[in-house]
Design a protein around this ligand. Structure first.
Ligand SMILES: [Zn+2]
Length: 135
């Protein structure tokens, strides 16, 4: 974790990065230039979000994880309470479609959460700072 960062500050940066999508370092500007596209640097503090070229892949993994967790939870709820079958829908197709929708909707918060996580663990680059790895 970043030097001098408390657990509460780290949690706050992760929540603000995930839900409104604000910069984890300054909290003053959005990380997103459009619905899904990030700025290269924070327009307010100059933090470089993606220092490595494949940094966004972690956001995809987090998004799929959220979608998979939703599908597991919905499956267990259907197995024990049958809410989908009781309204006359096919449980398997309903769960598949709902899982895809949740995965797509979770992508932006996942991306914000992932880049906030990279900031918390020092894998971003402050303006004028040295990149992780120290060259
Ligand atoms: Zn910033």
């Amino acid at each position: 974790m970043r030097v001098g960062l408390t657990g509460g500050q780290a949690l706050g940066a992760l929540v603000k990065g995930a839900i409104p999508g604000t910069c984890p370092s300054c909290g003053r500007a959005s990380m997103f230039r459009s619905w899904l596209d990030l700025y290269d640097r924070c327009p307010s503090c100059g933090l470089t979000y993606a220092v490595e070229s494949g940094a966004w892949i972690g956001a995809v993994v987090v998004g799929y994880g959220i979608g998979a967790l939703f599908v597991f939870l919905l499956t267990f709820i259907e197995l024990f309470a049958h809410p989908i079958r009781s309204v006359g829908l096919d449980p398997i197709w309903t769960i598949v479609v709902a899982g895809v929708v949740v995965t797509v909707l979770a992508y932006r918060p996942s991306k914000g959460l992932w880049f906030a996580l990279l900031w918390v663990y020092g894998f971003t680059q402050d303006e004028g700072g040295v990149p992780p790895g120290g060259y």
